[in-house]
Design a protein around this ligand. Sequence first.
Ligand code: NI
Length: 170
Amino acid sequence: MVRKIVTYPAEILTKPTQEVDIVDKEVRNLIKDMFETMYDAEGVGLAANQIGVPLKVMVIDTSPKEDAPPLKVVLINPRIVEKEGKIKYKEGCLSFPGLQVEVERAKKVRVEALNEHGEPTELTLEGFPAIVFQHEMDHLEGITFIDRLKAWRRRIALEKYKKILKELEK
Ligand code: NI
């Protein structure tokens, strides 16, 4: 089922989510809805709190972006265990329709998480998949991409976003 995407400044986007205890039918159902919602919105990543569920679950599928290494993955209770290098990229976010901001992130990350079967998994991501992962990881911690900007850039981005929202309301 395609669910409604929560947009900023909804409070749920600014609060850390909770760990998943058991990967049960309910969680698997959530994952299914998250993929459907992400594809419907033409996104490449989605965090559970973006559809109003405050749990540490994210889905990623970078395949719509043709020049990026393809990665389709579900990560539950993810943790970054290693970071390396720096990369800047102009990011978008389904919770900030129409806004793009350049964010600096680690170029390479090593991640530990549970997969959709509840099994421990470990992966190393680099480049675009690493960027998407860190963006979604931030969501799960209640951090949005504008929080990664210097104060003055954040102010400009918020002003731009306010204008976009006004245009969308028309
Ligand atoms: Ni986002």
